[in-house]
Design a protein around this ligand. Structure first.
Ligand code: ZN
Length: 161
């Protein structure tokens, strides 16, 4: 499937060269969360504006490798305007895609049991990142922005009372 791999590479490069939702939001009212991947030196900063349980707006800053930055760009495009519940589902689906491939790499079958993917959660462009799993050290690059977003949502929900 060389054709599909080329397509995936194009999508990743496009997000890297033309990152979506790049910038900052005033804090407050927005919330600022930071994630760091020491394995690669990637840094992702997310400015998150959650209103009435919906991601009203978000911006991405930070720097790092092409995988981490394009993943953050794809993530921002995928979650903007969605409800927090939808975003959590999407996060689960994305991480399931990455962990399934991680588990299929061979080491210790059985352990690190793969999460079942939810066919009802379409991943769209995010599927382009599944090629990354051939390079296990880069998986954390791809999941960094999602873990950072999850942390921001946790904080937003804890603070919204
Ligand atoms: Zn990286």
């Amino acid at each position: 499937m060389a054709g599909l791999e080329d397509l995936y590479r194009e999508i990743i490069l496009d997000h890297y060269r033309n990152p979506r939702n790049r910038g900052e939001l005033p804090v407050p009212p927005a919330r600022r969360v930071e994630g760091f991947n020491p394995l690669c030196g990637d840094e992702v900063v997310i400015y998150l504006d959650v209103e009435d349980g919906t991601i009203a707006d978000l911006r991405i800053a930070g720097q790092g490798c092409s995988i981490s930055q394009s993943s953050a760009s794809m993530m921002s495009a995928a979650v903007k305007g969605k409800t927090v519940a939808e975003v959590r589902e999407l996060t689960r689906a994305f991480k399931a895609m990455m962990s399934i491939h991680e588990a299929s790499l061979g080491e210790g079958d059985g352990e690190g049991e793969a999460l079942a993917p939810d066919p009802n959660v379409p991943l769209g462009d995010l599927e382009a990142l599944q090629g990354v799993v051939k390079f296990p050290v880069r998986i954390k690059c791809a999941t960094l922005s999602w873990n950072t977003l999850a942390q921001g949502l946790d904080e937003a929900e804890a603070g919204a009372g």
